[in-house]
Ligand binder design. Structure first.
Ligand SMILES: Nc1ncnc2c1ncn2[C@@H]1O[C@H](COP(=O)(O)OP(=O)(O)OP(=O)(O)O)[C@@H](O)[C@H]1O
Ligand SMILES: [Mg+2]
Length: 225
């Protein structure tokens, strides 16, 4: 197996006027191609900051980050955006669907930036919605879907550009237990198909689906089997 994501001696300092916040003090993470990893730690420990590095949303203050073999430590905004659209799909606790677009349009949206024709985009969106079990709900608006269905739309959207990596920040945080299990089973299927998955969770049951847990405390990473 080869490394998909690596952080070496990463520090992230946020400056707010005169004060400095060390959100990450010493993060060392190596995630292999095809792994399913859970990230756990107390509130304020640096999980979202870590995910911002892993998701190419931000660069470190110090240290090295590489994603899919590319060193992104010095990337600018445009380079980060391009890498995200090529390699990474995002799933959020709040689903983050566009309320004025139906399910298929939401799923097709990230493909706009890849320059595919509207027909191609809608065809692929419909395929992906079938894939997540929402073939009957393609033209429903987000407000006409249940929480679990909305999360499945957001998973289909995350898959639209066929990413190597899927990042999920508390994907079951707004769902009841049974619906959450459905979502975890879907993530497991995607992992079985070869996607590398990194998931932040507070939920011990969700963490059981992962191959291993990265613990983070006070901006420092450690690993638990
Ligand atoms: N943009 C920012 N500017 C200043 N400080 C920040 C910023 N983002 C995060 N921090 C600080 O960095 C630390 C880590 O924050 P982070 O959001 O990574 O924690 P978290 O582990 O995701 O917490 P939670 O479980 O509550 O979401 C916190 O002390 C937070 O206040
Ligand atoms: Mg957070």
């Amino acid at each position: 197996m080869s490394s998909m994501i690596s952080l070496e001696d990463v520090k992230k300092v946020y400056r707010m006027g005169d004060t400095k916040v060390e959100a990450l003090e010493d993060a060392d993470v190596n995630i292999e191609d095809g792994e399913f990893v859970a990230v756990m730690g107390p509130s304020g420990s640096g999980k979202s900051t870590l995910m911002n590095m892993v998701g190419a949303l931000d660069i470190p203050t110090e240290g090295e980050v590489s994603i899919g073999g590319e060193d992104v430590s010095d990337f600018g905004e445009d380079e980060l955006a391009l890498l995200r659209s090529r390699k990474i799909g995002f799933i959020f606790q709040q689903f983050n669907l566009i309320p004025s677009m139906n399910a298929a349009e939401n799923v097709a949206l990230p493909m706009l930036f890849r320059g595919a024709s509207k027909k191609k985009r809608m065809e692929r969106a419909e395929e992906l919605l079938e894939r997540v079990g929402l073939g009957e709900r393609m033209h429903h608006m987000p407000s006409e879907l249940s929480g679990g269905q909305r999360q499945r739309v957001s998973i289909a959207r995350a898959l639209s550009n066929d990413p190597d990596i899927i990042l999920a920040d508390e994907p079951t945080g707004n769902l009841d237990t049974e619906t959450g299990e459905n979502i975890m089973n879907l993530l497991t299927e995607l992992n079985d198909e070869g996607k590398t998955i990194v998931m932040v969770t507070h939920d011990e049951n969700d963490a059981e689906y992962a191959d291993r847990i990265i613990k983070i405390v006070d901006g420092k990473t450690g690993v638990e089997a």
